[in-house]
Design a protein around this ligand. Structure first.
Ligand code: CP
Length: 306
């Protein structure tokens, strides 16, 4: 049974295929309005979410399907101690596909190994968030028309930022991409991500703490939130949370066609005064996430039936 746990589960051809289907959905939504008639998506969210859960649910409704939903462990039998494995087996009796978010790394894989239906990882702790990467890729494609030869800056929490890890992996597959990694020392990109992507494919990258100095060279600036929920120590979080705040002033030397991205939720990292700048693409990412999740649901359900 095909599931999606990590962005590495999708080949580059499959990424391109999903982008193609999403673009077709955008152009011809009526063509897809009954594609999932009679099918049910179960959204199991054991960690907070606004965009991911609602966009999965909106995606399924727009495909003509239905949704079963668990939000927060307190309202399900997980509160009584039920395991992820038993939850996955149980939900397989009611639904055709699962989207699951869980605070523990590896939980989505456990669910996939025990479910008899496809499981989509909607975020497992600090590990992976592959459907955010699909949203990010569609956004870059719609803004730039290609992935090759872009200079992409990642700024903020590159240590715990699962969206950063997955997007670096995806972009590493395209030619001529250069990476600028902007973070405080304590929140640098983990060595394993560097080793498995940037170093493995001999991709050019620089690490810096200087956001303003990096901005003029960038085609894409991917801002991230310093995630309070990933810190063991509140003092460290408070010290690091406002290291980078993007303001109109800092954008003075930026390219006119810079694409400013953020997986959201935003706390302080991007001033709201940037929201009306045509280079701000973070709410476009939110919408693109729905289209890519529609394309993914279609693909996994089709493969499950084959
Ligand atoms: N980007 C993202 O995962 O947002 P939510 O936490 O609101 O789902």
């Amino acid at each position: 049974m095909r599931s999606l746990i990590d962005i590495v589960d999708l080949s580059t051809d499959e990424l391109d295929e999903l982008i193609g289907v999403a673009m077709d959905i955008i152009e011809h939504p009526a063509k897809y309005s009954e594609s999932c008639k009679g099918k049910k998506l179960a959204t199991l969210f054991f960690e907070p979410s606004t965009r991911t859960r609602l966009s999965f649910e909106a995606a399924m409704y727009e495909l003509g399907g239905n949704v079963l939903s668990v939000t927060g462990g307190a309202t399900s039998s997980v509160a009584k101690g039920e395991s992820v494995a038993d939850t996955a087996k149980t939900v397989s009796c009611y639904a055709d596909i699962i989207a699951m978010r869980h605070p523990k790394e590896g939980a989505a894989l456990v669910a996939a190994n025990n479910a008899s239906i496809p499981v989509i990882n909607a975020g497992d702790g600090g590990h992976c968030h592959p459907t955010q990467t699909l949203a990010d890729l569609l956004t870059i494609f719609r803004e730039k028309g290609h992935f090759d030869n872009l200079t992409v800056g990642f700024c903020g929490d590159l240590k715990f930022g699962r969206t950063v890890h997955s997007l670096i992996n995806a972009l590493s597959r395209y030619s001529g991409v250069r990476f600028v990694l902007i973070s405080p020392e304590e929140l640098k990109l983990p060595s394993y991500v560097k080793n498995e992507t940037l170093k493995k494919y001999h991709l050019p990258y620089v690490q810096t703490t200087d956001l303003e100095g990096a901005i003029p060279s960038l085609d894409i600036l991917y801002m991230t939130r310093v995630q309070r929920e990933r810190f063991f120590n509140e003092e460290d979080y408070l010290r690091l949370r406002d290291t980078y705040i993007l303001t109109p002033d800092k954008l003075r030397q930026a390219k006119q066609d810079l694409c400013i991205m953020h997986p959201l939720p935003r706390v302080n990292e991007i001033s709201v005064s940037i929201d009306d700048d045509p280079r701000a693409c973070y709410f476009k990412q939110v919408l693109n996430g729905k289209y890519m999740r529609m394309a993914l649901i279609l693909k996994l359900l089709k493969e499950a039936q084959a």
